[in-house]
Design a protein. Structure first.
Lengths: 356, 330
């Protein structure tokens, strides 16, 4: 056992495992030593593509045989709780994909296990670390927006795959989740809402489903810091992915798809100028973002949704250097509790009656 | 057990003395004449580590010795370094026969053959120490003397710690850095692995080595987990709330100039202040493998980098505010 780097294993060798493997391979402080999947071919294929020496089909064997310090749990959500708890009990720190668990009860068991074993539990709520979200967080922290009075998060569905799963045309574990295909998208906006608005106290939900399943859902929340709304839309086109932060001094709007941040403020100018100036200001901000992003993409410094790389790095810096963990199990459990409220509403008996 | 700590008035020696006292040992601290020992509970013994008589007096009735005294400077004459760091160590090793001795050495004894190399206690000694400066050269000679004594059967343990920092001593930004307005010029790239060691983590290792029979005749590298310089500096800057930004100066730009400079200085028969070897040593990083200390001593770095930075950055901000404290009390 060497002082550094952290010895890491991947549990689950599906699609997202490749993204984790790519980011881990670029980290100097972590060594991706082993992979594990009950489907041995999947594990072998991932190991071969990323030059990983050790392949396992059993989690506890992997942890013990390869003297691991940490695992990334990137399996389907229904297995997160049992795997993460087993891993922490085997003595390793855990980064788990979102959603951390299927329901609140499971999430709380995971948090309790982390406390009991003294291990670190981090949930991959990576949008929080997108550079454009980070810039908005800096604005909030610096007080530039004033006091935050409202947070509105809108999450659309990017690809037809989600529609195919919703309609049952495509077989995928996502269709088995309590919230169906929407369940896999919901943790992103839910975490942004929870962190910008604070822990959530009360939720009111509206939803619409058609013959193909749940399509649109909206929630109004009362949180510790302010009020907020959460919108998930599978049908709206083009798909939207925004966060609006209304403050007492300024309002900021994050566009996660276009990686732009627009800040609006009142100006004391003549009425006519007042009609024109805000548009010009907004246009200037968008133009700047376009140029900066264009250069960053062209030079390969920027990737789509780079927050995951930053979150993974912060997780391993926490293990190596003792810096604060990027997210916590408690925050992840709050997100799961909010999702529970959404799906409970969808499944409520009186709601089924009303829909006929 | 009665333990003599040389250099007890210094940064590491003082922490070691405190640690030993806390674990129930009796501690004698050798301090230079006229200096006080700021370790409550330790018995101060005035004396010069270079004087055979003073050493003999200090060793009377002592069961074990931690040799943490050394001349740590970047300038000076070789004779001074030789007397304090090499000769005094040899004399102490000879005088302390029959007792456990922990000799505090340095990472600079290791040769780093290429960038990114993994270094263990069995890695070869630095061969270019003459080019490195007088301190490194003297620590290498002392390390050799301690290992020779160990090979001859003495109960000597050599501890080779990383760059020391901790409460009261601010950690460095890099091996070489320079402030220029709002920037800090950093020699080398952001991937460099600065080998830091928190003073309390090193004191832990020394205390463990004194009581662990396995440690006799062995050398141990003690370095905290290493993270890339760019990550380290971002933690450092956020802890210190520093306004400056790092600017990395690639060595590719400097090597030709350093080689040319070295050639010119050779022509006039003098030593260049910056040699290509020094630049390489300052920018080539090594991974220091501490698994021997972990398995044989049961050592673990208890103070994390984030915690250590909070302590040491905080300590400095306290020492720099007496004026503020005075103005508040008025």
């Amino acid at each position: 056992m060497t002082t550094a780097p952290v010895r890491v294993g991947l549990v689950g060798c599906g699609r997202i495992a490749r993204t984790h493997a790519r980011y881990l391979k670029s980290l100097a402080i972590a060594d991706l030593i082993a992979v594990c999947d009950p489907i041995e071919d999947a594990a072998r294929s991932l190991a071969a593509d990323f030059g990983i020496a050790r392949v396992h089909t059993d989690l506890t064997r992997m942890i013990a045989d390869d003297h691991l310090d940490a695992v990334h749990v990137v399996t389907p959500p229904a297995t997160h709780a049992s795997i993460a708890i087993a891993a922490m009990e085997a003595g390793v720190d855990v980064l788990v994909e979102k959603p951390m668990a299927l329901d609140r009860e499971e999430a709380e068991q995971m948090v309790a296990a982390a406390r009991r074993t003294g291990r670190t539990l981090v949930v991959d709520h990576n949008r929080w670390f997108d550079p454009v979200v980070q810039r908005a967080r800096d604005l909030v922290d610096s007080g530039a927006l004033g006091e935050i009075v409202g947070v509105d998060v809108i999450q659309g569905a990017a690809v037809d795959e989600v529609q195919a799963i919703t309609k049952g045309e495509k077989q995928h574990w996502k269709s088995e989740l309590p919230g169906g295909a929407m369940h896999d998208l919901a943790p992103h906006p839910a975490y942004l809402l929870r962190n910008f608005a604070g822990p959530i106290r009360e939720v009111k939900v509206c939803s619409i489903r058609d013959g193909d399943g749940l399509q649109e859902i909206r929630a109004v929340v009362e949180a510790e810091r302010c009020l907020g709304t959460l919108t998930i839309s599978l049908r709206g086109r083009p798909f939207t992915n925004t966060v609006r932060l209304a403050g007492t001094r300024k309002t900021a709007e994050i566009n996660l798809n276009n990686m732009s941040l627009v800040v609006r403020q009142e100006r004391k100018v003549p009425k006519l100028v007042g009609k024109v100036l805000p548009n010009l200001e907004e246009a200037a901000q968008l133009l700047t973002a376009t140029v900066v992003n264009g250069i960053a993409f062209a030079t390969g410094r920027q990737r789509y949704f780079p927050g995951m790389g930053i979150l993974i790095k912060k997780f391993h810096l926490h293990l190596a250097a003792g810096t604060p963990p990027p997210t916590t199990g408690d925050e992840g459990a709050d997100v799961v509790a909010l999702l529970d409220a959404l799906w409970q509403h969808v499944r409520a008996p009186e709601r089924r009656r009303a829909l006929g | 057990m009665i333990v003599l700590v040389t250099g007890a008035g210094g940064f590491l020696g003082g922490r070691v003395a405190r640690k030993l006292l806390a674990s129930g040992q009796q501690v004698r601290g050798l301090v230079r004449p006229g200096r006080t020992l700021d370790v409550p509970g330790a018995v101060p013994i005035e004396g010069d580590v270079c004087s055979a008589d003073d050493l003999a007096r200090a060793l009377e009735g002592v069961d074990a010795v931690v040799h943490a005294a050394a001349l740590v400077r970047t300038t000076g004459r070789w004779e001074e370094f030789e007397a304090t760091n090499v000769e005094a160590t040899r004399r102490l090793l000879a005088a302390a026969t029959g007792r456990s001795v922990v000799h505090v050495s340095s990472l600079s004894v290791y040769a780093i053959g290429r960038d990114g190399e993994t270094i263990t206690e069995d890695s070869p000694y630095e061969s270019g120490a003459e080019e490195r400066g007088l301190y490194s050269r003297s620590k290498l000679a002392a390390d050799r003397a301690a290992m020779e004594a160990a090979a001859a059967g003495a109960a000597v343990t050599v501890i080779r710690p990383g760059v020391l920092y901790g409460s009261g001593r601010r950690p460095p930004l890099a091996r070489q850095s320079m402030a220029v307005s709002r920037f800090r010029l950093i020699l080398g790239g952001g991937k460099y692995l600065l080998p830091l060691a928190h003073v309390d983590n090193v004191a832990d290792a020394i205390a463990l080595a004194l009581t662990q029979p396995l440690a006799r005749g062995r050398a141990y590298t003690i370095v905290d987990p290493q993270i890339p310089l760019s990550d380290y500096l971002s933690i450092y800057r956020s802890t210190a709330r520093a306004g400056w930004r790092p600017l990395y100066v690639p060595t590719g730009l400097l090597m030709p100039a350093a080689s040319l400079g070295a050639a010119l200085f050779r022509l006039i028969g003098r030593r260049s202040p910056v040699t290509p070897h020094q630049i390489r040593r300052a920018t080539w990083s090594a991974r220091f493998d501490c698994s021997r200390a972990r398995s044989e001593l049961g050592w673990k770095p208890h103070v994390s980098l984030a915690e250590g930075l909070r302590q040491s950055v905080g300590a400095e901000s306290i020492t720099t505010t007496p004026a503020l404290a005075a103005s508040v009390s008025e």
